[in-house]
Design a protein around this ligand. Sequence first.
Ligand SMILES: [Zn+2]
Length: 362
Amino acid sequence: MAGATTHRLLRMSDRDALARVAAIVDEARASLATAEDEAALEAWRTRVLGRSGALTRVLRGIGSLDAEDRRAVGQAANAAKETLEGALEARRMALEHAALEHHATAPLDVTLPGRPRRPGHLHPVTRTLRDILDIFGRMGFAAIEGPEVELDDYNFGRLRIPEHHPARDMWDTFWIDEEVDGRTPLLLRTHTSPMQIRYLDRHAPPVRIVVPGRCYRYEATDATHEWMMQQVEVLAVDEGVSLADLKGTLQEFARQMFGPERRVLLRNSYFPFVEPGVELAVDCFNCPGDDPRCPVCRGSGWLEIMGAGMVHPEIVSASGYDAERYTGFAAGMGVERIAMLKYGVEDIRTFYANDLRFLRQF
Ligand SMILES: [Zn+2]
């Protein structure tokens, strides 16, 4: 009867195993009820259900049982595992619920200091842009916008900068490898001047507009250059508009923008689409004007804020108007540069670094 003896022994082992599973479940339920936070829950899970936890050890041991016993113990252990996983989830939810209840019913302590909320405000470049548009608006200029993705023809060609013209080196360009309505090449506009052409093509003089917008240059950045900048284009075309009108308009702008104490300088310059061309500069706010280490003016004492000039007669006639009768002036200014002057900012890159410690100063 050796076989019967073996059988009886295995049955004993089966009962032991089942009893052990039941004991594990009882102990685990009791200890789970005392777990009060997430760390305790996790420790409990590791100890009971983890890779070397009590239940896992039982499941590992069933390999030494015979097939029938293995099934009975395996089923009991797996059922126990599911029960305990459910109990763990229920305990976790109960704790979370209790925490919410406590929060909702906690007495309001009116003696605690308040939590200040910082109100948002406009970015300094946006404020500067609005100031510029306001000043020109009061002088009768309407604000209009144009496309940032522009045709070579408007950005360069019709502004008298044909392909291979050396002046193209003044504007390092981001080219776009697409075409629109079969028209090409496309680029990210390097200045807002293309709107001179677009507007004059559709609107007969008198014209008095300002064009705000983003422009892009493929160039290295430093304290006074960014690869993206905002510009405002100024254009006035009418009968009898002269260089004196340009000078008066820009001086009035500088006076309203920077106050009467800031000095401005008009000096000779060159842009292919104006004749003559001038440059408007404002005296350096950062140094007495002769410090070669000054990061803003580099010792020149002056910061150029816009290029300007009389609209070239060829541009007026190319849009279909009599250039003998209609004359005009144009100017283009960098909004960031004007913001730097107005707020005493030494590095243009800080405007777009999104550092709240910087932005909260304005
Ligand atoms: Zn300086």
